[in-house]
Design a protein around this ligand. Structure first.
Ligand code: NAD
Length: 346
């Protein structure tokens, strides 16, 4: 929000939070979070077009666009405990917006949420509002701790998902116009709502998987005399791999990777049976999504199991090769009966 205020001086930005101590800290010289460069940004815009308040209802009434950035921790009880995202804060905000909105609003999901959360928000708004229209957009945040201000100043991309209806397109364009104050248009990606919600979880799963991969290689390096930093440097120079997120460590830090991967893998259990798969059935790609969550001593066996799935495919390739007419007849494999091949797969 501070970056929007800095780059778009014509826009008034008000941050509201129920937590009075946090709001007081945002108004003080000691901000509630530390990020290099953030103090300077806040100092420039606070009181100009960036304001902090606990008056949530007033904030809702005054805003054209409402960014919802509440916490979405992993559930600790009930269905999905330990894996699914706890959406009670999102649902509470949706009810509060419906209660206090006195005109049409654009609601932007900034929090990281499960795919289809926008549907829940829309249902709550429809059930509780007094006839006002709402557009729900998804605009996930991709910044990294420690480089947040730089990431926000020059983002690789900004992602905006919305409904592909005339009203949805207008809302998407309004949010594009906000970012266009400083982000080149070709870096602003617009998608449908579900692609945007999904992309955030998938991005974190891919990043966590890189860290898990280099961590599992570090044990092998220690056993063989290789230096994992040198290996990471060498493979990172391959442009197909790239240098980022290849620092071996005890695990992955930050507050988001674990909860977002749990969230993504939990979502898979709710895939409808229409796709040909029974509800709750676990497939190789599902186990792969969970791989970064396993303790280091279980990561190698899991990758080994994944190797078995690959070996199934490899075996089929090898069989195909051995059936090739160029192979002498006595070394060719017989063609298996229809349906007799390995089942399942990746
Ligand atoms: N922190 C990051 O670097 C980062 C990066 C990308 C995405 N995210 C996502 O952003 C979301 C928020 O993360 P965070 O680290 O800022 O969480 P946080 O817990 O630090 O802050 C959430 C704030 O929301 C307030 N809140 C909760 N319910 C409220 C309500 N009904 N009305 C008003 N305020 C309310 C809380 O008081 C709290 O101050 C999460 O979904 C997270 O996954 C965070």
């Amino acid at each position: 929000m501070a970056m929007i205020a800095l780059k778009a001086p014509s826009i008034q930005v008000t941050v509201v939070d129920l937590n009075a101590a946090r709001i007081a800290a945002w108004k003080s010289d000691t901000l509630p979070i530390y990020e290099p460069g953030l103090d300077e940004v806040v100092r420039q815009v606070r009181g100009r077009n960036l304001h902090f308040s606990t008056a949530v209802a007033d904030g809702i009434r005054d805003a054209d666009i409402i960014f919802v950035s509440v916490n979405t921790p992993t559930k600790t009880y009930g269905v999905g405990a330990g894996r699914a995202a706890d959406l009670r804060y999102i649902e509470s905000v949706a009810r509060t917006i419906a209660e206090h909105a006195d005109g049409p609003k654009i609601i932007v999901e900034k929090s990281t949420i499960p795919v289809k959360t926008a549907e829940t928000i829309k249902d709550i708004l429809a059930a509780n509002s007094r006839g006002h229209t709402f557009q729900v957009l998804s605009n996930p945040e991709f910044l990294a701790e420690g480089t947040a201000v730089a990431d926000l100043t020059a983002p690789d991309r900004v992602l905006i998902g919305g409904e592909r209806t005339p009203g949805g397109e207008v809302a998407i364009q309004k949010l594009v116009d906000v970012y266009a104050h400083w982000v080149p248009r070709e870096r602003i990606i617009t998608t449908n709502l579900w692609s945007s919600e999904m992309a955030k979880l998938v991005a974190n799963a891919f990043l966590a998987q890189r860290i898990s991969s280099i961590n599992s290689i570090s044990a092998l390096c220690e056993a063989t005399g290789a230096d994992v930093d040198e290996v990471a440097h060498a493979i990172g120079r391959d442009s197909r791999i790239g240098p980022k997120f290849l620092k071996a460590s005890l695990g992955f830090g930050g507050s988001c990777f674990q909860k977002d991967i749990l969230n993504l893998s939990y979502l898979r259990a709710f895939r409808p049976a229409r796709g040909g798969r029974l509800l709750g059935e676990r497939r190789a790609d599902e186990r792969l999504a969970e791989a970064p969550l396993l303790p280091p001593d279980r990561q190698l066996p899991l990758q080994h199991r994944r190797g078995q799935a690959h070996r199934g495919a490899g075996l089929r390739l090898q069989e195909g090769y051995q059936r090739h007419p160029g192979i002498p007849g006595d070394r060719r494999l017989p063609r298996p009966a229809r349906g007799a091949g390995p089942r399942g797969g990746l």
